[in-house]
Design a protein. Structure first.
Length: 514
């Protein structure tokens, strides 16, 4: 098989698919074995009592096997959340994919959809897998690619993916995949069920897991063979551009990750969802190309036609994908929709950044019992007093962390309902936990930012790569956290006071908290 795989990976994929089907056939044969034994006993003239016992056992096994098979065959599959992109919404993109499929001599995908992630794949049809009529898979494209890649780069990147429709149409591979999807759906459906409440579903899940385990090696081998066959078929299509496109994929992933964690997440936590995430990642990567010496060569690409030009109304598509991203990565709003409102990029500083600062400043002044006279001078004095009690600022930091945790819990999104078909496997990249001291630094820095905005003409701003920033007449303030950290950790307010004087911030003036 190794020599055959090296010669033609399609043969390897087919061999592994047949092995998967043999697992299915073995399970079927085991279910039929008691019936076959009963027939043999009847033919050889076994005693009637023994024959009736064997027949009754065989019938019970057949009934149970039929019920389990029906459960597995009808188990609903949960599709990966995506935004459908019908042909009227993107005729140029559909035309590009059709031409690419023709050049590769493979069937065209049945549909096109977008996902808020940096990946692309062929999504098999959903529904009861073992009873669904074979249809062409859907081409799912990572939406950041459309906004960052150029048209030629997108075509080169998608060539191996589209080439996968060829193996997907092979009868043995398609049948094996339907079996695997059905087993996976049945196993997932049984997760968390109590045996007493749903014994048949639990039994079907147990059987599906055993079948998946038996076919795991061949399943992986089949997909490796399909991937190798697809890559081999697409090898001569836009080969030079594909290398460049793969470089851009890594850059897009890094920019998308930073945009989600540093820009989108603060908005989601306030009940707002940025409605132009894809345009935002393009802006972030453009900014990176102007900052990073290693990215200077990417700037020349910006004069070429972006792939989002293949859409009829890119802004509307971006809005749909951005809302889906908020629901997938963050969850559903607690209030069921009221307040879960979009925010455009120009309004982001005032509607998100300023609100985050005011919320934190309010918690700080409340913890210092200074909400009636909320001046920065009063806050600094309270911090100095806290630093001179036993335990320093630890008690203040603990109270602020607890208050912040309660506020976070009150605004925490509702999880996706169990079994919801829209639930997707797209967790937000894990964030490093914030300690109590870091939380205290965040709250003091927010109070400083509010004072600067209220008394010195500063304003909240948005940095595409770093998230919320304070902007003054001299530009963004990069070292404010450092000066606040010195105050909190060392009790030394001199660097912060020097900055306040230089920035013209009036510490004696009240800070607006709402």
């Amino acid at each position: 098989m190794v020599q055959r795989e090296a010669r033609n990976p399609t043969y390897s994929a087919r061999d592994h698919a047949l092995a998967v089907l043999r697992v299915r056939n073995t399970a079927l044969a085991l279910a039929l074995t008691p019936a076959a034994v009963a027939v043999v006993l009847a033919v050889v003239g076994a005693p009637s009592a023994f024959l009736w016992t064997a027949a009754a056992f065989a019938a019970a096994v057949l009934v149970l096997a039929g019920a389990l098979a029906a459960r597995v065959a009808t188990a609903p599959q949960a599709p990966t959340p995506s935004v459908p992109l019908p042909e009227p919404a993107a005729p140029a993109l559909h035309r590009l994919i059709v031409e690419l499929a023709a050049q590769l001599d493979v069937p065209r995908p049945g549909a096109i959809a977008l996902t808020p992630d940096c990946d692309s794949w062929l999504e098999e049809p959903v529904g009861p897998a073992l009873r669904a009529a074979p249809t062409a898979p859907t081409l799912v494209i990572g939406s950041p690619f459309l906004w960052w890649l150029r048209v030629g780069e997108l075509r080169a990147l998608l060539a191996p993916v589209v080439a996968g429709t060829g193996p997907a149409a092979h009868p043995d591979i398609a049948s094996a995949r339907r079996c695997l999807r059905a087993w996976d759906a049945a196993a997932g459906r049984a997760e968390g069920l109590r045996p007493a409440a749903a014994p048949l579903a639990v039994a079907a899940g147990w059987l599906a897991r055993r079948l998946l385990a038996a076919a795991a090696g061949h399943s992986a081998g089949m997909e490796r063979g399909v991937a190798a066959a697809s890559a081999a078929r697409a090898r001569d299509v836009d080969q030079g551009l594909r290398t460049l496109a793969q470089e851009q994929v890594g850059l897009a992933y890094a920019g998308w990750d930073r945009l989600l964690t540093r820009v989108a997440l603060p908005a989601w936590r306030t009940g707002r969802w940025p409605s132009g995430l894809d345009a935002g990642v393009a802006a972030a990567l453009t900014e990176l190309s102007s900052r990073d010496r290693l990215a200077q060569g990417f700037a020349a690409r910006l004069g070429q036609r972006p792939a989002c030009d293949l859409l009829e109304r890119p802004g509307d598509v971006d809005r749909e994908v951005s809302l889906l991203a908020a629901r997938i990565f963050h969850g559903l709003p607690v209030d069921g929709g009221d307040g879960w409102a979009p925010v455009e990029w120009p309004a982001y500083p005032d509607e998100v950044v300023d609100r985050v600062w005011r919320d934190r400043a309010f918690r700080l002044f409340r913890a210092l019992d200074a909400t009636e006279t909320p001046t920065l001078a009063r806050a600094l004095h309270g911090l100095a007093e806290a630093a001179a009690a036993e335990g320093g600022t630890d008690a203040l930091a603990a109270r602020l962390s607890a208050d912040a945790a309660r506020a976070e819990a009150a605004r925490a999104p509702r999880p996706w309902p169990a079994g919801d078909a829209r639930q997707g496997p797209l967790p937000l990249p894990p964030q490093p936990p914030r300690g109590r001291r870091e939380s205290l630094v965040d709250h003091v820095a927010a109070a400083v930012c509010c004072a600067a905005a209220d008394t010195a003409g500063a304003s909240p701003g948005l940095d595409w790569l770093d998230g919320p920033v304070l902007r003054t007449a001299g530009g963004a303030v990069p070292d404010l956290t450092t000066t606040v950290h010195t105050l909190v950790e060392d009790g030394d307010a001199t660097p912060l006071r020097d900055w306040l004087v230089a920035a013209g911030v009036r510490a004696d003036k009240p800070v607006r908290l709402v």
